[in-house]
Write a protein that binds this ligand. Structure first.
Ligand code: AOS
Ligand code: ZN
Ligand code: ZN
Length: 378
């Protein structure tokens, strides 16, 4: 079994919080270079996080090729470029779907800047999470907003070179509370279909109504060749952005089993397995290490499913037998197997305690004063 590459979000390393309070932690990065240092630490101990997603403008620098070289020297590639269409007063009524053409043009300019950055960093994907929507019935025309969205997506898609992709994320609600312009996978999928092959859907596990069967969506999108990325995190209530696999490890297993079934769990394929989390009250680097371990455990269990026995039971109409095959894999303790794999790869079998013993946590607290906020409320 090879290690599944997990892309880390640069913003997981900055200070974060809720709209009530952003908690400052000692030793957090002061700039994108230090975020990359921290990503490299997670990679050093897990061997599983060879790339980092950037967020513009939070990770804006003067010289992107130099940032890419700095990262490459530590074994890290610059991954997905995440756009920001939510942190500007002009976007109060929306960005790409704003009724004002001047605001739409400004939002499009930002995406064009992101495409330029992708070219400078060597990133494959531009990820668009659209915060646009309305709060009150009648506030704006739902149809007109879809027209504006379709037009903007066409323009930005046309800007992308043939070897780059547009990844379109959806979200049920928040920041808008009556309508979101891309509220669910169906809307995202429909826009991606009309754009073309290089437009794909991002499934953020925290962006659904309670009870939504996310693995069904994953299976559908994989079958259609339209699953471009995951934003992994856990939710209890809404967009909680907690550590992936913390709230519902069984759901993570079910999702990754669909990926395994589609042959998409090898890494290096169409699907980018990314975390989209923030660590508000727990230390950030250990929070990311814990997240990677949770993904690895769920992936290992998904790959342990005896697919021959499962297919035989399914074809025989053996409902309980088929379910038992799946549950046998889920109930296997894969931690010793993963520890052996790490040892074989020259890693410490216990990445968390190896990191805590490494001296790095104390060093960043001593050296870094005035750490950067991830971006929220900035
Ligand atoms: C927002 O809710 C989305 O999950 C975004 O993917 C992401 O958290 C944000 O764009 C930070 O980059
Ligand atoms: Zn997300
Ligand atoms: Zn989110």
């Amino acid at each position: 079994m090879r290690t599944l590459p997990v892309e880390l979000p640069s913003w997981a390393f900055g200070n974060s919080g809720t709209r009530f309070k952003v908690f400052g932690q000692a030793g957090v990065p002061r700039n994108p270079y230090e975020k990359i240092d921290d990503v490299a630490q997670v990679h050093r101990f897990t061997g599983a996080t060879p790339s980092v997603a950037l967020h513009i403008p939070w990770d804006r620098v003067d010289d992107y090729p130099s940032l890419a070289r700095y990262a490459a020297d530590q074994g890290i590639a610059l991954g997905t470029i995440n756009a920001n269409l939510f942190q500007d007063d002009d976007y109060k009524l929306g960005s790409l779907t704003n009724p004002d053409a001047a605001v739409r043009a400004k939002a499009l300019d930002h995406l064009v800047e992101c495409v330029d950055i992708m070219l400078a960093t060597g990133s494959r994907d531009l990820k668009l999470w659209l915060p646009d929507g309305t709060n009150y019935p009648g506030q704006d025309s739902i149809r007109a907003r879809q027209d504006r969205l379709a037009e903007a997506l066409r323009e930005i898609y046309a800007r992308l070179p043939a070897d780059r992709r547009l990844i379109v994320e959806y979200k049920l609600f928040e920041p808008a509370f009556y309508t979101m312009d891309i509220p669910d996978w169906g809307v995202s999928y429909a826009h991606c279909l009309s754009l073309g092959d290089r437009a794909m859907v991002c499934v953020d596990t925290g962006h659904h109504a309670p009870g939504t069967n996310i693995e069904f969506i994953v299976a559908f999108l994989l079958r259609a060749g339209k699953l471009g990325a995951f934003d992994f995190n856990s939710r209890f209530y809404a967009d909680d952005d907690l550590i992936v696999g913390a709230a519902d490890p069984f759901q993570l297993f079910r999702i990754l089993f669909e990926c395994a079934s589609a042959g998409a769990l090898r890494g290096g394929g169409d699907v980018t397995y990314m975390l989209d989390q923030c660590h508000n009250i727990e230390p950030k680097i250990p929070g990311q290490i814990r997240s990677v371990l949770n993904v690895q455990e769920a992936a290992a269990k998904a790959l342990l499913v005896d697919t021959e026995a499962l297919t035989a039971a399914q074809n025989a109409g053996d409902v309980l037998g088929a379910n038992a095959v799946l549950m046998d894999a889920y109930n296997t303790d894969v931690r010793p197997l993963l520890a052996d794999m790490r040892t074989a790869a020259g890693l410490d079998p216990d990445p968390m305690s190896a990191y805590l013993r490494s001296g790095y946590p104390e060093r960043i607290v001593a050296e870094r004063v005035g750490g950067q906020q991830a971006g929220w409320g900035a």
